[in-house]
Design a protein around this ligand. Structure first.
Ligand code: XMP
Length: 486
């Protein structure tokens, strides 16, 4: 048995000492960062892979703002893949595999499909799969008879404007403008359908200039996977669907089965981007780095809904966990980034986490109250709130068991309630409106923080960082005090 001499510290225990700065405007600083050794994002923020935090709406909003959402794994592989594809279809100058209809179908079928898929047009193909037209809401809105054939009302091949796969965004924009059209099918060299470009998609990058995009111009998105053998199939399906990064979701990441999973994925998918964790020690970070991870996620028990430290007695205060783990990565000589996961309550915590060695941070509860998080708000004691639950809470654990056992409430399932040892809680958080507003505050705090740190970017913030440990009196002085808040 041993006891460490230096104390474990967390965000509230310290402040950063202001540094000489030549930054005159908050707009001058660069908030971009490494998510993994190969992927950059434009703001250093991830939404957590929790079932009350990240599904498609959150992932789309996060990537549009320049960060990334990690879609949780507590759903079937099929559903998971569908969610990734929805994010990937949400933006990108070209939609791949657009919805199609055969030219011999009835117009009413086209109307029904457009409604069902919530799209404004379908590419029309013949029996051989070759493109021979396009049908849009403009063609069908006033159609007198739904029993007409698609080929009778569509824009026919002779008049169809098309693009080849190697088109440029400027070319697409010019054709859309010159022909005053909304959609252009993209063809393969043999005349089959490759994709669809819409005016809306061409405009989106202008609307979200900071969006985190992949090399095809689509929003970036991540997905969580478990570490059991069956999860290899999930990982492969997600990679096939175009996921940018896989996040190993295991509470104690410094474990043989987690290290083995990283090794297996690395061996089978050399180019896959893998975030491994969670760890809170130098050795944990080192072992996962050596196993082939592209980034290390740090945090054992700092989360707002976590009770791991109470239930098990294990954990490391988050600031120390970040510093120790960063050293563990450095020990290997492999240059991969660190993600600080959990415990971020204020923008200042984010700045401290980055200064301590993280290159990005993951947030759960602060986002759970936003519009984009799954679930609807409810009124509790006159206040609008949303539910957040730890993924190891009793409700989340039992919810998963019910899904796994196909909702079969047998006696055995009932007994399972007694066997669960929760390491998280269920709670409510105030409703916070759109996540964009929360992100605006966080990124605003980061921009100011960089300026106080005399740093034009996150790397420089880390180089300049000097922490000072504070006392309970210092903590009290740091918040608003001796005034009555409105
Ligand atoms: P915040 O503080 O942002 O933390 O809400 C989110 C992170 O908390 C972790 N998490 C859990 N940890 N028991 C735990 O010990 C749980 O039930 C639990 N659920 C989530 C997770 O790392 C998340 O990103």
């Amino acid at each position: 048995m041993k006891i460490r001499e230096n104390k474990g510290l967390t965000f509230d225990d310290v402040l950063l000492i202001p540094q000489k700065s030549s930054i005159t405007s908050r707009q001058q600083v660069d908030t971009s960062t490494r998510l993994t050794d190969k992927i950059r994002i434009n703001i250093p923020i991830l939404s957590a892979n929790m079932d009350t935090v990240t599904e498609t709406s959150m992932a789309i909003a996060m990537a549009n703002a320049g960060g990334i959402g990690i879609i949780h794994r507590f759903m079937s592989i099929e559903h998971h893949v569908k969610q990734i594809k929805l994010v990937k279809r949400a933006q990108g100058v070209m939609v791949e595999n657009p919805y199609c209809i055969n030219s011999n179908e009835l117009v009413e079928k086209a109307i029904e499909l457009m409604r069902q898929y919530k799209v404004g047009g379908l590419v029309v193909t013949d029996d051989g799969g070759f493109v021979n037209g396009i049908i849009t809401t403009r063609d069908v809105n006033l159609v007198p008879n739904g029993k007409l054939l698609v080929q009778d009302v569509m824009t026919k091949k002779e008049k169809l404007v098309t693009l080849q796969a190697n088109f440029s965004v400027d070319e697409a924009r010019r054709l859309l403008y010159e022909n005053r059209i909304e959609k252009i099918p993209v063809l393969n060299p043999d005349g089959t359908v490759r994709g669809l470009v819409t005016a809306q998609d061409v405009l989106k990058p202008v609307r979200n200039p900071n969006a985190a995009l992949d090399e095809k111009g689509r929003l970036r998105v991540g997905a969580a996977i478990g570490v059991s053998k069956g999860e290899i199939a999930r990982a492969e399906a997600l990679l096939e669907a175009g996921v940018d990064v896989l996040v190993l979701d295991i509470a104690h990441g410094h474990a043989d089965h987690c290290v083995d999973m990283v090794r297996t994925l690395r061996a089978n998918h050399p180019n896959a981007q893998i975030i491994a964790g969670n760890v809170a020690s130098r050795e944990g970070a080192r072992d996962l780095t050596l196993a082939g991870a592209n980034a290390i996620k740090v945090g054992i028990g700092p989360g707002s809904i976590c009770t791991t430290r109470i239930v098990t007695g294990f954990g490391v205060p988050q600031l120390t966990a970040i510093m120790d783990s960063a050293e563990g990565i450095r020990d290997t000589g492999i240059d991969i980034p660190l993600i600080a996961d959990g415990g971020i309550q204020k923008a200042g915590d984010l700045v401290k986490a980055l200064a301590a060695g993280a290159e990005s941070i993951m947030i759960g509860s602060m986002f759970a109250g936003t519009e984009e998080a799954p679930g609807s708000p409810v009124i509790r004691d006159g206040q609008k709130v949303k539910v957040v639950r730890g993924m190891a809470s009793l409700a989340a654990t039992m919810g998963r068991k019910m899904v796994e056992s196909n909702n079969d409430e047998s006696a055995e399932d009932q007994e399972d309630w007694m066997k669960v040892v929760p390491e998280g809680v269920e709670a409510v958080v105030p409703y916070r409106g759109n996540v964009g507003e929360v992100l605006h505050q966080l990124v605003g705090g980061l921009r100011s923080g960089l300026s106080y740190g005399g740093a034009e970017n996150i790397k420089k913030l880390q180089e300049n960082a000097e922490f000072i440990e504070i006392t309970p009196a210092g903590i009290r002085e740091s918040g608003s005090h001796d005034v009555r808040k409105l």
